[in-house]
Structure formats: structure tokens, C-alpha cells
Design a protein around this ligand. Structure first.
Ligand code: NAD
Ligand code: WQD
Length: 343
């Protein structure tokens, strides 16, 4: 059985990926420093998978502890590296936190893995944010990478560069950088989902928290964009589809004959949805009324961001399957569950 280290495995995307890995026969070990998650997620994962998952609370910024953890888990053959800080606005206010956490953690992890001196298949959580304001839509992987719009975005660009250089220098690493578009939704069981701390920055948790009454009103950030209804376009992908892309990615690397392999893939649906369409969809699919108003544009928002996904479709043989309807219903079920749990 192939053993995979999942860093940040108690986070939103990590937890769903752990479930997908388990159901595809992988053995998983999770490390997470719980800076943006909680141990109850582990209970959720274990209830869904009906298995006990190895977990260690570890801050990857600590090189010594990271090295000793990797040394004692030298039977891993793959790593999915989710652990990072991810709030774009916070990264503008506190760039050092982001460079420290996102870059030092990655460097420490790679330093420790390199010492194992064995073949490691590595998947890096990158983001559509690396594209900034795209020149051509839908966005292909060939889109030029411009100066990042935020320190967070820059940590993803730098992370990709570090991995590209490492792969050139060491035949032990085969790497995929997966550039996620906008993940939404939750596991069907409603036992795991997105758990924003404080006021959500992202649209879907703001929608569900408003619908349940935790927030008074949702503000649509601008309706004067050059789109069919004036609101921004995004490529919303069900988190289960995104989680599955990691399993497919690992399987792809496992059978790769060549070494020194590095590549980037867009992971999205290829479909563009406006903010208003998402809100109207939520109301239609759940039957719940939503209090919203049109407000000013949010600074830094890109007008249109959606993926060209044929590279992942053709090379990884991965394709998103789930619909926005399924994603929104699952997000709503998850909101109802956590509100009952009073987490
Ligand atoms: P998340 O915050 O829910 O999960 C990240 C996990 O990493 C958390 O559980 C956190 O406690 C842990 N962590 C952070 N720093 C750590 C450290 N130093 N050591 C150990 N654990 C640490 O975020 P997510 O939404 O699941 O995102 C996962 C990855 O995907 C991140 O790298 C993020 O930048 C990237 N990404 C997310 C999105 C998105 O919209 N959610 C989009 C594109 C890319
Ligand atoms: C989606 C749309 C908002 C909230 C961010 C990061 C990106 C990536 C994913 C990590 C936009 C509008 C939102 C609200 C609104 N993360 N909106 N009212 O900005 O596409 O991407 O998360 O890599 O880096 O920037 O996602 O969910 O914040 O916004 O009108 O209360 O919803 O203006 O058009 P975004 P989002």
C-alpha cells in the first residue's frame, strides 16, 4: 500500500483529499499545526472513512521537528503539500507571516525529503491566483505569470519556482503544481467542510452564513464589471472533484517512467459563473431566501477568472464531474450541521 504524507490535511481541501485517498486504497499520514483547523476534523475524516488516520500536530516551520518526522516516516512515497496560510487580504497586511509560513514550510519539507534520498512524488497546492489579471480567457497554463497581486500569490509563484529548480537538480522528485480555481462545497456526509475562522472572505461561506442568519446581509462586490450581468466571473469547482484531482495526480506520477518531471495543471471546471448566478442558484437549489445588496467593488478583484482545463483532461485524464448545484447543496448541508454543532 502506498503511503502518502498530507501536510495541512485537517484543512478544507486537505481533509476532503484524505478521504479520497483512503477510498482509493492509499495509506495516509497527516501533519497539521492546527493554525487554521481543529482536531474535530480528524473525527469527521475517521467517521467517513471508518478508519483510524495517523496524525501528528507539527509546525513545518520547525526544521528540526520536520526532519525527525520525515526520518521516522521514511516509507512514504508521496507528499501532498497543502499546509500554508491562504488569506489574500491578510497577506497584504502581514506579508512576513506569509513568506515565513508558506516559503519556510515548503523549504523545510523539501530539505527533509531530500535527505531520504529516494523517489518522492510531490503535489503542490498552487492557485489560479498566480495568473493575476489574465490576458486571455479561458486561462491556459501558458498564460504569462506577471508580478503577483498579493504576497500570498507571490508565495505560490515562488513555491512553483522552488519546485521547478529542485526537480532540475534532483531526479528523486517528480512534481505536479496544481493550480486550483475556486473550490466550494463540502463532503456529502456533511461531516467535513470549509470552516472559516471569523468573517469569511470567500463567497460561498458568506452566502451560507447569511442564509443561516449568522450574517445580516451579503454584499455583492460590484455589478459594473464588463460581464453579462455586471458581476465577476469565476470557475467554481466542487471540493470533491478537486480532492479527486490529487488522487489522479498521484496515480499519474506513480506510473511516470521519466524522472526530473515537473508540470503545472489548471484544476477547474472550465465553466464561468457570475456572483449573481451563484446567489440565484443557491436560492433556487436550497429554497432558502438570501438577503443581499449590491456594494462597491472589492479592491484587487479580477473581473474574469476561469480555466482552460484540456491539459488536465488530456494528460492527467482528470475531469470535474460534479455540478454547482451539488456543491451549493453540500455547502448548505454543512452550514446547517456546523450551526447545530455550534462549532
Ligand atoms: P486551509 O487553511 O483550510 O488548510 C491549510 C491547513 O494547513 C490548515 O489546516 C492549517 O492549520 C495547516 N497549516 C498552515 N500552516 C502550517 C504549518 N506551518 N505547518 C503545518 N500545518 C500548517 O486551506 P485550504 O483552503 O484547505 O487550502 C489548502 C491549500 O490550497 C493551501 O496551500 C492554499 O493556499 C491552497 N489553495 C486554496 C484555495 C482555496 O480557495 N481554498 C485556492 C487555491 C489554492
Ligand atoms: C469570488 C467572487 C468576489 C465575497 C480567492 C483568492 C484566491 C483563491 C480563492 C487561494 C468575487 C465576490 C465575494 C463576498 C462577493 N484562494 N464576492 N461578496 O476572490 O475569486 O479568490 O479565493 O488561492 O487566491 O483570491 O474568491 O470567493 O473571495 O470571491 O461579491 O462577500 O465573489 O468579488 O467576484 P476569489 P472569493
Amino acid at each position: 500500500m502506498s503511503k502518502i504524507l498530507v501536510t495541512g490535511g485537517l484543512g478544507y481541501i486537505g481533509s476532503h483529499t484524505v478521504v479520497e485517498l483512503c477510498s482509493n486504497g492509499y495509506e495516509v499520514v497527516i501533519v497539521d499545526d492546527l493554525s487554521n483547523s481543529s482536531l474535530r476534523v480528524l473525527d469527521g475524516i475517521e467517521s467517513i472513512t471508518k478508519s483510524s488516520i495517523k496524525f501528528l500536530e507539527l509546525d513545518l516551520k520547525n526544521l528540526e521537528l520536520t526532519e525527525s518526522f520525515i526520518k521516522s516516516n521514511n516509507d512514504i512515497d508521496g507528499v501532498i503539500h497543502f499546509a500554508a496560510s491562504k488569506a489574500v487580504g491578510e497577506s497584504v497586511d502581514d506579508p512576513l507571516k506569509y513568506y515565513n509560513n508558506n516559503i519556510i514550510s515548503l523549504l523545510n519539507l523539501l530539505t527533509a525529503l531530500k535527505k531520504l534520498d529516494k523517489k518522492i512524488n510531490f503535489i503542490f497546492s498552487s492557485s489560479a491566483t498566480v495568473y493575476g489579471k489574465p490576458d486571455i480567457l479561458p486561462i491556459t497554463e501558458l498564460e504569462s505569470i506577471k508580478i503577483a497581486e498579493s504576497p500570498y500569490g507571490n508565495t505560490k509563484q515562488i513555491g512553483e519556482e522552488i519546485l521547478f529548480d529542485l526537480v532540475k537538480s534532483s531526479s528523486n522528485f517528480n512534481v505536479l503544481s496544481l493550480r486550483y480555481f475556486n473550490p466550494i462545497g463540502a463532503h456529502d456526509s456533511a461531516l467535513i467542510g470549509e470552516l472559516p475562522i471569523g468573517t469569511p472572505q470567500n463567497l460561498v461561506p458568506f452566502i451560507t452564513q447569511t442564509a443561516i442568519g449568522k450574517r445580516d446581509i451579503l454584499t455583492v462586490f460590484g455589478n459594473d464589471y464588463n460581464t453579462h450581468d455586471g458581476t465577476c466571473l469565476r470557475d467554481y469547482i466542487h471540493v470533491i472533484d478537486l480532492a479527486n484531482a490529487h488522487v489522479v495526480g498521484l496515480n499519474f506520477l506513480k506510473i511516470k517512467k521519466e524522472s526530473n518531471y515537473y508540470d503545472t495543471f489548471n484544476i477547474g471546471t472550465g465553466k464561468a459563473t457570475s456572483v449573481l448566478e451563484l446567489i440565484e442558484g443557491f436560492v433556487k437549489f436550497t429554497g432558502i431566501k438570501l438577503n443581499y445588496k449590491i456594494g462597491n467593488r472589492r479592491s484587487g478583484d479580477v473581473e474574469k477568472c476561469y480555466a482552460e482545463v484540456s491539459k488536465a483532461n488530456n494528460q492527467l485524464k482528470w475531469k470535474s464531474k460534479l455540478t454547482i448545484k451539488e456543491a451549493l447543496i453540500s455547502a448548505w448541508n454543512w452550514e446547517k450541521y456546523i450551526s447545530n454543532e455550534k462549532l
